[in-house]
Design a protein around this ligand. Sequence first.
Ligand code: BJW
Length: 246
Amino acid sequence: MRSSGLDGIRPEPGQPIVVLTGAGISKESGLDTFRDADGIWSKVRIEDVATYEAFAHDPRRVHAFYNERRRGLLNPTVQPNAAHRALARLERDWPGQVLVVTQNIDDLHERAGSKNLIHMHGELFKVACEHCRAVLEWREDLSRDMRCPDCSRAAGLRPHVVWFGEMPLEMERIYQALGAAGLFVSIGTSGNVYPAAGFVSEIRAQGTPSIELNLEPSEGTSLFTRAIHGPASQVVPAFVDNLLVR
Ligand code: BJW
């Protein structure tokens, strides 16, 4: 733990806060991270399930991967943890705008009560139609032969997730929010995947303070103004308490 104080990084009331979250915030809710020793990429290869080429080559395999994760997210034991709830509290009680930009495709931020939220890598409970571009709510298993409920054409539905080589969602809105932020907070992400991993460099270049809250130092840890290392369910509520108590 480098420092637990917020001296020098506390934004003025009214200044916007941008929070980036990654798989680490949902780990204590029972969802796997990607790059930890027991993470998703230790069990499947990125190039088999997380590129458009993989989907085009073997849609059945990619659907099976996301169907299993969708079923996992529907398991009643998977619930928001204290870190998700603390961010919802921050949005409610901070006297300024709070935007959560999540790389996660789970819905735990919404379930905890976050409202100003961007899923930059998509959402597990949505599918997209490659024919008519509709994006639809979806909680069932998905397969290649299913028809789009909007345009009725078959073989066009895919998980509404951003694979490697695809453009993350709402980038313009994200960069606008980063440009106006009084504080940038990064939680539970290893800092391996761009463009999210580059946000801290943008923030640093514009002279905005930043803080990393992660189990261990991320790839970009030295770029942050401050870092607190520990489990999200402990460090995030403590950080939010500290920010809200003046
Ligand atoms: C805890 C904890 C606890 C554990 N408490 N913490 C340079 C510039 C721009 C792009 C590139 C570039 N170089 C290469 C690229 C391309 C590529 C990329 O980044 N490749 C890298 C591997 C090098 N990026 C892309 O292709 C992206 N698109 C793109 O760049 O388009 C062009 C563009 C350029 C510039 C601007 C705009 C656009 C698309 C990336 C898509 C990522 N997709 C995935 C899978 C799909 C969704 C899914 O199936 O879920 O998204 S990959 C996977 O990684 C997933 C995640 O969202 C993402 C990030 O992972 P995350 O969240 O960081 O998880 P982990 O496991 O890595 O880390 C967890 C952390 O938590 C660890 O540090 C733990 O210690 C910690 N932790 N328990 C707190 N209890």
